[in-house]
Design a protein around this ligand. Structure first.
Ligand code: FE2
Length: 206
């Protein structure tokens, strides 16, 4: 099947097959209670050609600093801003989670300023056996000319580096940002403990 097939096309052509496969696995599908809305959109699952397309690459921008510290939390004592925890997975385009994948994040502070002298709000980590990462940080601020974003590099062991950016839903500047792409918007909700936001994004690497 054409990997570029859109979710809509995929659904129209192959939904019955995909659902049968998903049901057979017992995962990745939800059935609506309302008979008029027979099926809810499946969560990302193997077999969905659109969700397992390679994550879009984007420009590194001018503020990358190599050799960031290895850490899962970028929070510093007294750092202003709204807490943000971003979790997700690194998958291969062949639908397998990637253990030991590098994810390196950097973003500006609450006031929209990058630390270009040190490593504030910069850090890398490696995915666990399930391919999962977890980044604890703050919501990046917004600076002139860009919508709210987090820069990232992701790399499977012994593979090429993907450079990209993550975006936030419902940001007023998303529409006017020249490189914003909806495929890079994380799922975002309020943290259950009331302290900030929780994001979710899965990277798919070749
Ligand atoms: Fe930036």
């Amino acid at each position: 099947m054409d990997q570029k097939l859109s979710r809509r096309q995929f659904g129209a052509l192959a939904a019955p097959l995909a659902l049968a496969i998903a049901a057979g696995r017992g995962a990745g599908i939800s059935l609506a209670q309302d008979a008029e809305t027979t099926i809810l959109a499946p969560t990302p699952a193997c077999g969905d050609a659109d969700d397992f397309a390679e994550t879009l690459a984007q420009t590194e921008g001018p503020y990358f600093t190599p050799n960031s510290p290895e850490r899962m939390s970028l929070l510093d004592e007294g750092m202003p801003g709204t807490k943000l925890v971003v979790t997700g997975y690194v998958y291969s385009t062949d639908c397998t989670p990637v253990e030991g994948a590098l994810v390196d994040f950097w973003h500006c502070d609450d006031a929209g300023v990058y630390d270009n002298a040190g490593y504030t709000l910069r850090g890398h980590q490696f995915t666990d056996a399930a391919g999962r990462y977890e980044l604890t940080t703050i919501m990046p601020g917004v600076y002139t000319g860009r919508t709210r974003h987090i820069h990232v590099k992701a790399q499977k062991p012994e593979s090429d580096v993907l450079t990209s950016q993550l975006y936030f839903p419902d940001e007023p500047q998303n529409e006017s940002d020249g490189i914003f792409d909806p495929s890079l918007v994380m799922d975002l909700s309020d943290a259950e403990d009331g302290d900030g936001k929780v994001g979710f994004f899965t990277f798919v690497l070749v």
